[in-house]
Structure formats: C-alpha cells, structure tokens
Write a protein that binds this ligand. Structure first.
Ligand SMILES: C[S@@+](CC[C@H](N)C(=O)[O-])C[C@H]1O[C@@H](n2cnc3c(N)ncnc32)[C@H](O)[C@@H]1O
Length: 434
C-alpha cells in the first residue's frame, strides 16, 4: 500500500460514499505502518479535499467527456494527481509516477494508467491557463461551495476572504497541558523539529507540527490532551468549582469534560451525556488516561424523562451539535458534506436543546452555549431568539482576546493558525426572581 493508493482509498470513502473523514481516516490510515508514509497519505488526502471542487473542475476541462459512476475511482485519482502537481513542495516525478502506478492496480480498467498519465501530463502543459481560468470563479478560487461562501460573505463582509483562506490552511496540532505541567518545562522536552511554542493568550496551550501524539512525552501519564485553543476557552469561561454539579450535555469525546474536571481539581460532579453510546467509550478512555472521574450516560439530552433525576445543575455546558463550519481547516470534507437543509435542521435541534436544558439549571446557575460553527443562524441569531423567548435568561458578554463580540455571544475566527478554530460562545445566567 503506497501513500497515493491509501489517499485514494480514503478519498473514495469520503467523496464517493459520503463518509466523514474523521470516521474513515482512523479506520484506513493503519494500513501503512511507516509513520512518514502514513503522514504523507493523510496530507495528500487533506490537500485534495481542501480544493476538491477546484481540482475536479480542472480535471473535467482536461477530459473529452466527464466520467460516470463506475469510473469515478479513475476520476478521483486524476483529482488527486492534479492536487499533487499543483503543490510546489511535492516532487513532480514521484507525484506523476506514483499516481500512474495506482491506476495500474485497477485490473478491470487496463486503459486507466494510460489515460491518467496522458491527462496529468496535459495538465502540466496547461497548468497556468487552467489555473487562471479557475481563479475567475470565487467558488473555485476559494474552494468553497456557493451556499457557504454566500453565507460567509453576508456574515463577515470584511473578513470572508481571510476566513475562506483560513479554512484552507493546515492547522497546527494544539495540546492542552494538564494544570500540574509547567509549559516551559514541557516545551524543553520536545524536539526542535516540532516547532513547538506556547499559545500567545493561553499559557496551557501549545502549538506544534503534526505528529504521532502517542510518541510525545507524558501521553500515557495524562500530561496533555489534544484540544484546539478556541475549544480550550470553554472550561475557562464556565470556571467550574469544586463540589458543583455540572451537566456536559453533548460531551463526547470528552475534550471539554476533562478540562472542566482538571480546572476543578477533579472535584466538580460532572454528568457527561452523549446521544451516541459508542462515543462514550472515547470519554471514558480520556478520563482514565487523565486520572479523572465523571458520571457518563448515553441519552438524548432533550429527552429528559429518559435520564434526568430531577436535581437541577449549578452549571451546564451545551456544546451543541452544529455545522462544524468553524473546524473546516482540520476537517475539509465538511465543506462538501454539509448542505443548507442540514443547517435548518441543526438550528431547530439547538433551539430545542437550549429550551429543554434551561429548565435543568438552578436559579442563578450558568449555561455556556458553544458551537464550532461560523454561521450566525447557529450562533448569535440562535441566542438572540432564545433570549427573546426566555424571560429569566440573561446574557453575560465575554471579553476574550482574539474573539469578536457579536452582541449575543463571541466568535473566534480561523483566520490565523495561532488563533484556533472558529468557535462561538454565549454565557447565559438564570435570574432567580422570575
Ligand atoms: C460538538 S460534539 C461535542 C464535543 C465535546 N463537547 C468535546 O469537547 O469533546 C457534539 C456531540 O453532541 C452529541 N449529540 C448530538 N445530539 C445530542 C443530543 N440530542 N443529546 C446528547 N448528545 C448529543 C454528538 O454525538 C456529539 O458527540
């Protein structure tokens, strides 16, 4: 199994079968044992997915007629080839030859290798002309679907270009160090090849080049967790206290649950809920590795009759299911999988969760509503509507470095690799006199 072949297999599952990259990659990447080749396969996959519409459009310009269903594997291999030849950091010879080698493995399509070779060489000759033609269309220049580009343009008239560019820029790996770990001491243990450095605004966050995390110092002993810097804001905003009862309503895989526990010295009583029973295993693995404890439950948070014991919580984290448009730089398949209809459905699910869980909060209790979305309909507009229909809810504005106040919550933008993913936070407090 070569890196190009593995990249194609992952792309086939994601693009042709519509599976999510985060489900497919862990399943298939293990087919290559050498870590450098595995990393190359993943990089080629991500690059192709980032610019899927752009490179597919160029591919179709090079073909006499577009491919149909049964030959979409050859089509996708061509897209993968064009993606590689468009990257000046990759060796042209290897990109061409190795891609043609993959085509030779299509036993029932003896014509494929010749066609792939011919089309890719033609691309090399016409690269400048075709790239210039693609650049004339915003959707191809920015490699985003039209509906998403339009929503970004409307929501961020001055920043949408930087956001689209940020969505297409590879993100650093970000670690959250356990509170007992000194950042300078930990950084001193890392190889200089990793380019590790502390985050400018969050001293417990460090950024570094992508690597196998299990090989980093202190993985087995729970010295760190993998968590984006913007995601690390949640626990700092909620400020969990020892002895408090806290509901983490949509908790898997437990990134925020474990941070809440760490900040409360494992003294907060956290109920971590997730609708997907299988994903609770991921929470438990993380709790075990970090030496933390929480009560885990598999349930639909909005179906309170099925899981709630009637005791109101001091605090609630609602890290709601969302479009995930704020984490496209790590999951570029989201751009192509998500559809406008999905957003309508998500907005209605989020509103239901907000209304239901609000009743589970003690008077004077606090709820943090979070999404990894960039879309106002899931964020500021969602909170504005919630406040309008909920008289005992008060919005507490947050002032956080590098985030943008929307009037109804604060938005992080993925415009700078240092800043983190595109998270949204709104802190709500329950009045006790209404
Ligand atoms: C954004 S992810 C949560 C990430 C998590 N808070 C963390 O920091 O690691 C959203 C989660 O909500 C769960 N979910 C979706 N709808 C739910 C519902 N109605 N009740 C409980 N969990 C739900 C999904 O299974 C998914 O694991």
């Amino acid at each position: 199994m070569t890196p190009r072949h593995l990249a194609l297999d992952i792309l086939l599952a994601v693009v042709n079968k519509g599976e999510s990259l985060s489900a497919v990659a862990p399943r298939l990447l293990g087919r290559i044992h050498d870590s450098r080749n595995r990393a190359l396969a993943y990089r080629l996959t991500l690059d192709t997915l980032r610019h899927l519409n752009r490179f597919s459009w160029i591919r179709d310009k090079l073909l006499e007629r577009a491919f149909t269903g049964k030959d979409m594997d050859v089509a996708l291999l061509l897209t993968l080839g064009i993606s590689q030849l468009s990257d000046p950091d990759l060796p042209v010879h290897a990109s061409l030859n190795e891609t043609v080698e993959v085509a030779k493995t299509f036993k029932k399509k003896p014509w494929a290798a010749g066609l792939v070779n011919g089309v890719l060489r033609n691309f090399q000759r016409r690269q400048e002309e075709l790239t210039a033609a693609a650049n004339k269309q915003d959707t191809l220049f920015f490699s985003h679907p039209q509906w998403l580009l339009t929503q970004l343009q409307q929501a961020y008239p001055n920043q949408w270009r930087a956001i689209a560019h940020g969505n297409n820029t590879p993100a650093d790996l970000c670690l959250r160090l356990a509170p007992r770990i000194d950042t300078a001491d930990y950084l001193a243990q890392l190889s200089s090849e990793l380019n590790a450095h502390a985050h400018a605004n969050l001293p417990s966050a460090i950024l570094l080049n992508s690597t196998d995390i299990t090989s980093l110092p202190g993985f087995a002993t729970g010295d760190f967790s993998v968590q984006d810097a913007s995601a690390q804001q949640a626990a700092h905003i909620l400020q969990p206290q020892a002895g408090e009862t806290i509901l983490d309503a949509c908790a898997a895989p437990g990134g925020k649950t474990t941070h809440l526990l760490e900040l409360s010295h494992n003294q907060a009583q956290i109920t971590a809920l997730d609708i997907e029973a299988k994903r609770l295993e991921r929470i438990q693995d993380n709790l075990t590795r970090l030496g933390l404890t929480a009560t885990l439950m598999a349930a639909d948070a909005s179906d309170t009759a099925s899981w709630w014991n009637g005791q109101q919580f001091d605090a609630i984290l609602l890290d709601a299911p969302c479009s995930a448009t704020g984490i496209i730089r790590r999951h570029p398949d989201i751009k192509w999988h998500r559809k406008p209809k999905d957003i309508e459905q998500l907005v209605s699910t989020q509103a239901k969760l907000l209304d239901t869980l609000w009743r589970l909060l003690k008077p004077t209790g606090r709820m943090l509503y979070a999404t990894c979305s960039l879309l106002p309909s899931e964020n500021s507009e969602q909170i504005k509507a919630f406040l309008a229909r909920t008289p005992n809810a008060r919005h507490c504005p947050l002032t956080l470095a590098d985030s943008h106040d929307t009037g109804f919550g604060t938005q992080f933008l993925p415009t700078d690799a240092q800043h983190g993913d595109g998270f949204f936070y709104a802190l709500l407090v329950k009045d006790d006199d209404k």
